[in-house]
Design a protein around this ligand. Structure first.
Ligand SMILES: NC(=O)c1ccc[n+]([C@@H]2O[C@H](COP(=O)([O-])OP(=O)(O)OC[C@H]3O[C@@H](n4cnc5c(N)ncnc54)[C@H](OP(=O)(O)O)[C@@H]3O)[C@@H](O)[C@H]2O)c1
Length: 262
């Protein structure tokens, strides 16, 4: 027995370093695999960023200064201003629509400096004050004056925190008119124009992840965004031969609007 005991003990002592070596080897392999995965992921993401979308199919050939325009409602701030930059970068003239003319003047200047090869304009409007289709038609015929519009982002929007029965009447009216009426009326007018264009056009409905949520404290906002999502998803099928429609439902993005969430 003694003899057996000594042999087993010796056997164990010789196996422990081997086992430790295998454990170290396996841990090393696992770390290398993680690192290789991270590297591949970075490469993939960076390549995707380099391959930016090409939206030139929505533009007509530039005749002198008369290029194709991208209209961005709420284009003076946050997501809308970023959209203005992206569209200018794609060779579109830009028109932003918002309330505050001073802010728009600063933003237009900024765009003109960064993207001097295209034109930039602004149209002052308070969407909460417009109620009829005729008011919207007047706004667009005056503000855009026969411009070739190949891209529209229906982006202006706002939310008010608070239970629906507690928020002030004026705040509720503002959320409802800006987030729904401006979207459905502008979409109709621009789609009428886009259906007549020779080239394809594009329309983006800026909705929200809130459109897919039960959202106590933001009931009216999420209801208006459910309206936008549903409208855009249905319109997509109505116009898909001539207009590419995208309904975008972002989560939280750090803008002035998002400060309401805290
Ligand atoms: N940020 C987020 O976390 C988030 C998440 C999901 C969805 N969204 C949606 O994204 C869109 C843009 O949001 P944002 O975060 O970029 O907001 P933002 O930074 O507050 O910008 C809002 C823009 O809309 C304009 N606007 C507001 N009320 C208007 C009115 N009555 N008439 C005309 N223009 C008006 C503002 O112009 P003035 O300053 O001149 O009023 C501004 O240009 C909204 O539809 C929002 O619901 C945002």
């Amino acid at each position: 027995m003694d003899w057996m005991g000594v042999t087993c003990a010796e056997d164990m002592t010789s196996k422990i370093p081997m086992a430790l070596m295998w454990i170290c080897f396996a841990t090393g392999c696992w770390k290398y695999a993680q690192w290789a995965y991270w590297l591949l992921l970075q490469l993939f993401c960076n390549c995707r960023c380099l391959c930016k979308a090409n939206l030139s199919k929505y533009r007509r050939n530039k005749v002198k200064d008369d290029g194709t325009w991208a209209v961005i409602t709420g284009g003076s701030d946050g997501i809308g201003f970023e959209l203005c930059k992206q569209m200018a970068d794609q060779g579109f003239n830009t028109v932003m629509m918002a309330r505050n003319q001073d802010k728009m003047d600063v933003r237009v200047k900024e765009l003109s400096e960064s993207y001097p090869d295209v034109q930039h304009a602004s149209v002052k409007v308070d969407f909460s004050k417009l109620k009829s289709m005729q008011e919207y038609r007047d706004l667009i015929s005056k503000g855009l004056d026969g411009k070739d519009v190949g891209f529209v982002a229906l982006n202006a929007g706002l939310g008010r925190a608070g239970s629906n029965h507690k928020i002030p009447d004026s705040a509720l009216e503002e959320v409802m008119t800006v987030n729904t009426l401006h979207v459905v009326f502008m979409a109709k007018i621009f789609l009428e124009m886009m259906m007549k264009r020779e080239q394809k056009s594009a329309m983006v409905f800026v909705s929200s992840i809130a459109s897919r949520m039960v959202f106590p404290g933001w009931a009216s906002y999420s209801a208006t965004k459910a309206f936008v999502t549903n409208l855009g998803n249905s319109v997509y099928y109505e116009v898909k031969d001539k207009v590419d429609v995208l309904v975008w439902t972002p989560g939280v993005i750090k803008t002035a609007f998002a400060e309401n969430f805290t």
